[in-house]
Ligand binder design. Structure first.
Ligand code: PA5
Length: 444
């Protein structure tokens, strides 16, 4: 089993009865997901995706990944939100947060178009100088400002560098299959395209071409990733609470929310979890934060952040709980050396594995935070393999859908995201926004 849930560190805060009381609601929520009759039911393509994915496109993804590996030193992945977080999380989780610095036979991978920073774009362009580059632009709508600007820049660069014809071997477009201007434009320009399925929202799209192409370029086994997700699908579609950890996780977080714990901190003990945490924050933040409801998703990496946020978590406002992901097998071994000077007084742990110290820090922290009044849901993940990544992704997606329905929101829309865009377009002078612009100017 790749992921288990321990309730050892919530016992003081959540009773068995409180969990039992929410089981029928969770079962009802699961039914809404599986029977596709809840709010947002046109965005449930992710539910059966691990089995019902487009096998021909999957083959094309592998072929494109091989082509990019052969003809490129650098792959620039252009996308924002759900269009890049999953791929970046997978590459950092399965490979490394310093993937680009590793000795490897796969291209460096940089992410662009996820901000509007002049510095970030200029730095990336200078890194690309003299290198063979491919670009994978990922945008379901094809019109999101941040990736659209970056794509303009890199398309121009590639055409200048390779010429119109050869640039076609370096530009890969992942977008809506019919709607939108990017698909039409790419077909006309002769760029290879991949599909963001109609019924899969951005934050649920990591196991489509959105995530899989960059992940495959990094040399990660996408068959194993899908097989992990498939096993998770078989498990987390059961309505038996004793078999379904996703349902249990969804219930516990809702019980805690009802007790005033409005912030959830996802805790990793490995730096390679950082972007996974970011992916999770989007999944839960965009899915649940609406109608003035929701748990605020925050994240930390311990022990690093025990030296910055540890004080607050231990002793600050008691409106939070933690969900700790313990990756049981860290994938590497390191033994702490003996030091004859022993100035730090640490010779008592010389000869011990570093991971033993990390795991001990985790147990010590779980107990300390419990004593400080913080409930801790403990999730144990087997390892950092592609299989476990796929398994964990499906676990969190299903738990999020169930949790959102228990909460009484539509977990599949994100109407709030549009507000800043409207203001920005008005202030930038987009035609059609003139009245709004005048109003906003008065408020500046
Ligand atoms: O989850 C979502 O839907 C969003 O985060 C989108 O993925 C993000 O806004 C990017 O949109 P698009 O892929 O249309 O450029």
């Amino acid at each position: 089993m790749s992921l288990t849930i321990s309730t050892n560190y919530i016992k003081k805060f959540v009773s068995d009865e409180e969990i039992s009381n929410l089981v029928p609601f969770a079962q009802q929520a699961l039914k809404l997901v599986l029977n596709k009759n809840g709010a947002g039911n046109d965005f449930l393509g992710w539910v059966n995706l691990p089995k019902n994915y487009d096998k021909d496109e999957f083959k094309r993804i592998k072929i494109a990944a091989e082509k990019i590996k052969k003809n490129s030193d650098i792959l620039v992945v252009i996308g924002i939100g759900g269009s890049y977080l999953g791929a970046r999380a997978a590459i950092e989780f399965c490979k490394s947060p310093i993937y680009n610095n590793l000795k490897k036979d796969t291209p460096d991978i940089y992410f662009a178009g996820n901000n509007i920073s002049t510095t970030a774009l200029s730095e990336l362009l200078s890194i690309c100088e003299g290198k063979d580059i491919s670009v994978n632009v990922i945008s379901k709508s094809g019109t999101t400002t941040e990736p659209a600007i970056a794509f303009r820049v890199f398309k121009k660069l590639l055409i200048e560098k390779y010429g119109e014809d050869e640039a076609k071997n370096h530009i890969f477009v992942t977008t809506d299959k019919a709607k939108g201007t990017l698909k039409k434009f790419s077909d006309e320009a002769g760029y290879e395209t991949f599909v963001v399925p109609d019924d899969v929202g951005g934050r649920y799209s990591v196991l489509t071409a959105v995530g899989l192409l960059p992940i495959a370029v990094a040399g990660i086994d996408i068959d194993k990733m899908m097989s992990g997700a498939c096993d998770a699908m078989n498990k987390f579609t059961s309505d038996n609470i004793n078999d379904n950890e996703a349902m249990k996780y969804a219930i516990i977080r809702n019980v805690l929310l009802r007790k005033g714990k409005g912030t959830e901190i996802l805790v990793g003990y490995e730096p390679y979890m950082l972007m996974f945490n970011e992916w999770w924050k989007q999944l839960y933040g965009e899915s649940e934060g609406k109608d003035k409801k929701g748990i605020f998703p925050a994240s930390v990496i311990f022990s690093t952040d025990l030296h910055s946020l540890g004080q607050y978590i231990q002793d600050g406002q008691r409106n939070l709980f933690e969900t700790v992901i313990n990756v049981k097998n860290p994938g590497a071994k390191f033994v702490i050396p003996e030091d004859s000077a022993n100035v730090d007084g640490l010779n008592f742990i010389a000869g011990k594995e570093l991971d033993y110290v990390n795991k001990t820090a985790m147990i010590a922290t779980l107990m300390a935070h419990n004593d400080g009044g913080v409930a801790n849901i403990l999730l144990e993940l087997e390892d950092r393999s592609a299989y476990s990544f796929g398994y964990a992704v499906y676990f969190f997606e299903m738990a999020c859908a169930i949790s959102g329905y228990i909460l009484g929101v539509n977990p599949f829309n994100q109407p709030g995201v549009e507000e800043y865009k409207k203001n920005m377009f008005a202030l930038l002078g987009k035609p059609g926004y003139e009245d709004m612009r005048d109003e906003l100017k008065k408020r500046m």
